[in-house]
Design a protein around this ligand. Structure first.
Ligand code: SF4
Ligand code: MG
Length: 327
């Protein structure tokens, strides 16, 4: 069938800030695509454009083959149920004055669905149990729950309208480390059982390895590499992806940050005046002269997927940052 989501040359500028600068990607029904990158790379902005919390500066958002980019509130309504979002911080995204049952039922009410009160209550109870909560939680307020429970409520709310696509924006990173795995497991189980497609926004590569079918790597508002999870983990081709993965297997987070710093140097440059040529050239250990002047095009390469780097050949071969720098 048609892709659940297609982004074509999506651009989102906030004044001088070029947060998203020409992102194209597509997600097939039932697939999980991880959108990976450092904080400030534009990941969340892409997610907010997909669910139409933001209206993009230019480019196209298609849901199930329908262009929804220019649709106003009213015209968007029939498409609302096709896509839901779960945010990083459940405390900030749940209305503290609403009972959990009403929070979960609200999408149905807003979409004019879900029948009468009794029918809605039945569906809410079913949803709560599906995310591992007791149905009595419906009568409580969000602040009476733990962070992990609140994120389960967010998932119940996001899935109550049976969307074909879930945008999950760092769904576990605001949670206690001790509950992160259980919420991630829940998301994986729900995805497998229900079969919705997912745009999984994260900087956590172990979560990507666990959950994703496909990967798109974002750097300063642009996609620099795409591929299946297997391809990208076995053979990352873009120097930025290589650097991210070089840091990943180190279990100690302090050492992991140190390793990334050694490979990548400074922080992400500003999106107000991004570097010329290849945006990654100011941090790329492999950069050559042309990288500062010539912008590499994201192109399909042999072995599957796509890469934007001058040094990667059409067959997908090229140098590896991890061989070029001290470990
Ligand atoms: Fe590095 Fe040049 Fe490739 Fe950019 S184009 S990733 S700067 S080698
Ligand atoms: Mg973010």
């Amino acid at each position: 069938g048609a892709p659940v989501l297609e982004l074509e040359d999506l651009v989102m500028h906030f004044g001088p800030v070029r947060a998203v600068d020409g992102v194209s990607l597509s997600i097939a029904p039932g697939r999980v695509t991880a959108l990976v990158g450092e904080s400030g790379s534009g990941k969340s902005t892409v997610g907010r454009c997909v669910v139409r919390l933001l209206s993009p500066t230019s480019g196209t958002v298609r849901l199930g083959g329908t262009d929804v980019t220019g649709l106003g509130r009213r015209a968007m309504r029939p498409h609302r149920r096709e896509v839901s979002i779960v945010f990083q911080d459940p405390a900030g995204s749940l209305d503290p004055r609403m009972l959990v049952g009403d929070v979960v039922a609200e999408p149905l009410r807003l979409q004019g669905r879900g029948g009468g009160r009794a029918e809605r209550e039945r569906r809410v109870a079913e949803q709560l149990e599906r995310v591992g909560l007791d149905r009595s939680v419906a009568q409580r307020y969000p602040h009476e729950l733990s962070g992990g429970q609140r994120q389960r409520v967010s998932l119940a709310r996001a899935l109550v309208s049976e969307p074909r696509l879930l945008v999950a924006d760092e769904p576990t990173s605001a949670l206690d480390v001790s509950v992160q795995a259980s919420v991630l497991n829940l998301l994986a189980d729900l995805q497998r059982d229900i079969g919705f497609a997912c745009l999984f926004i994260t900087h956590d590569l172990s979560a990507v390895e666990y959950l994703a079918d496909d990967i798109a790597v974002l750097y300063l508002g642009q996609v620099v590499e795409t591929g299946t999870r297997e391809e990208v983990f076995a053979r990352p081709r873009h120097p930025y992806t290589q650097a991210l993965l070089a840091a990943a297997p180190v279990a100690d987070p302090v050492r992991q940050r140190e390793r990334t710093r050694v490979l990548l140097g400074d922080d992400l440059p500003s999106a107000i005046d991004p570097p010329s040529g290849c945006r990654f050239h100011t941090r790329c250990p492999l950069a050559v002269d042309r990288c500062a002047t010539e912008e590499p095009v994201l192109r399909t390469v042999g072995g599957g997927g796509s890469v934007a780097c001058h040094l990667v050949d059409d067959d997908g071969s090229g140098p590896d940052v991890r061989d070029a720098t001290p470990g």
